[in-house]
Each structure stands twice: as structure tokens, then as C-alpha cells.
Write a protein that binds this ligand. Structure first.
Ligand code: SF4
Ligand code: SF4
Length: 259
């Protein structure tokens, strides 16, 4: 799987002699540009297996490096350093340290799925980007992203009550991401809702916010979902070489204190 893109060579690995004459031929400057030899000794041979254990990346092994995903990518058009094809290449080779150099931009995937439709091998590159972000967070290479925190809060509510209560969801999300509730756009949104939504619906929403109702007969479904989610998370953590301890306690604790 060779790399053909010159843009992927790190500037610090490109060397040029200002003045160089070889066997009487002046090859100064551009003509003497070469790529510095590197020895990579810190491969993570389990990297592909670890990433493939996370939802969305199950088919990463199918990639044949055609580049259609990067070519179609919305974010790549704005930032050429955002390169799904290249990251899949690094994962498959186990080049973890090289991958970590881009850890602060991998989360920028906007989930438009243009790559998924362009991929001739059904790799699901969008899923791989999500799995990679997840892998970076689980391994402690990056802090938990706001979108991950939102997902956790959303799932918590569904599992706990069998339904979503938007006000509670936003409040919990804002609290965990250190945001205040008096942001201009939010105040304006609430003002418009109050102005345009029917009174009966507003009253129902307000009541739901206070009482946090559950779906009727949800207990059995909740137990089954909790079992399944617990088993999946334990499997993923094992695949990543992490302990079995789960990280959903924060939302659990907060939720129970609100009753
Ligand atoms: S889903 Fe993500 S990786 Fe795929 S095209 Fe959109 S931004 Fe790019
Ligand atoms: S489009 Fe699919 S097969 Fe081609 S490089 Fe991207 S993930 Fe790999």
C-alpha cells in the first residue's frame, strides 16, 4: 500500500541541499530534495483489531486504498490534512505514533456520509472515523468530545426511561460540557418556542421536565438493553486492552439525584 501523495510527507522529513554538486552536476535546491529515512520501531500490531472492535469500523480490513473516500470528503475539501484514506492506511499498518500526530483533527468528521456512498468496498469510512475518535478517547489520547458526551446522555435517558426529555437532555449536556444555559441562541430559541408552540404542548413539556416519566412496562426492556450494552462495552474494552470498568456512572449518579 504505497503512499502517492506528496502532501502526506511531513515538511520536517523533506531535506534540501542549498548547494550541492554531484559528479560535476549542480543539483542545488529543489533538485536535491529527498525524503529523510525513518525507522519506525513503535508499531501497534493490534491497532487494526482494536479499531475494528468498535462500532462502525468492522469492515476496515476491506479497504484497498483507492482514495474515493478522501476525494469525496466534505472536510478534506476545506482541510487537506483531514484524510480518511490515509488514516485507514496507518491503522492497517499499525502506525500508531503517525496516527496520533493527527489526533486533534480526526474528530472533525461531520458524518455527511459522502465517503460511505463513494466507497467501492463497503468499508463505511464514516463509521471508521467515529470508531477512531472513540478509540482515541478510550485510550486517553484525547479528552472526551462534546459529541461523545451528548451520545452518552442521550443513551442514558433512553435506557433509563424508554424516552427522551429534551429539556433534561440539554441541561445535562450543558452541565457536563461546562456551558451556561443563558447563551443568546438558546434564550432566543426558548423565546420562540414559547411564542409559537400551543399552550397544551408547552404544559406537557414542562410537566415532563419536572416528573421525568418513563415508558410503561419499560423495566424488562431496560434490563435487556443494559445487559447488551454492558456486554458490548466490556468486549470493546477487552479488545483495547483496557480494564472492564465502565464510564457511565456520572450520568447515572446525576440522574438519580434528580428524583
Ligand atoms: S462522513 Fe466524515 S469522513 Fe466521510 S465524507 Fe463526510 S466528513 Fe468526510
Ligand atoms: S473509498 Fe473505501 S476502499 Fe477506497 S480508500 Fe476509502 S475506505 Fe478504502
Amino acid at each position: 500500500m504505497p503512499i502517492h501523495e506528496k502532501s502526506l510527507i511531513r515538511p520536517e522529513d523533506l531535506k534540501t541541499h542549498e548547494q550541492l554538486v554531484v559528479e560535476g552536476v549542480d543539483v542545488s535546491g529543489h533538485w536535491s530534495t529527498f525524503i529523510q529515512t525513518r525507522v519506525i520501531a513503535d508499531y501497534n500490531e493490534a491497532l487494526e483489531e482494536e479499531v475494528a472492535a468498535l462500532p462502525g469500523a468492522e469492515h476496515i480490513h476491506r479497504c484497498w486504498q483507492c482514495g474515493s473516500c478522501t476525494n469525496a470528503c466534505t472536510v478534506n475539501a476545506l482541510n487537506p490534512d483531514f484524510n480518511p484514506r490515509f488514516w485507514i492506511y496507518l491503522v492497517r499498518l499499525g502506525m500508531q505514533s503517525e496516527l496520533l500526530r493527527d489526533k486533534d483533527i480526526i474528530w472533525q468528521c461531520v458524518s455527511c456520509n459522502k465517503c460511505t456512498y463513494a466507497c467501492p468496498r463497503d468499508v463505511n469510512p464514516e463509521g471508521v472515523m467515529k470508531a477512531l475518535s472513540h478509540w482515541l478517547e478510550l485510550k486517553g489520547h484525547t479528552p472526551k468530545s462534546p459529541s461523545m458526551i451528548f451520545d452518552e446522555e442521550f443513551s442514558e435517558q433512553v435506557i433509563r426511561r424508554g424516552r427522551i426529555e429534551e429539556g433534561r437532555l440539554i441541561q445535562r449536556f450543558f452541565k457536563r460540557t461546562g456551558q451556561t444555559l443563558n447563551q443568546e441562541w438558546l434564550v432566543e430559541m426558548v423565546r420562540r418556542l414559547l411564542r409559537h408552540l400551543p399552550l397544551a404542548l408547552l404544559a406537557r413539556l414542562g410537566l415532563a421536565r419536572l416528573l421525568a416519566p418513563r415508558s410503561r412496562g419499560w423495566a424488562a426492556a431496560r434490563a435487556a438493553i443494559q445487559d447488551y450494552v454492558g456486554a458490548q462495552q466490556a468486549r470493546q474494552r477487552r479488545a483495547l486492552g483496557l480494564g472492564e470498568r465502565l464510564e457511565t456512572g456520572a450520568a447515572d449518579a446525576a440522574d438519580t439525584t434528580q428524583h
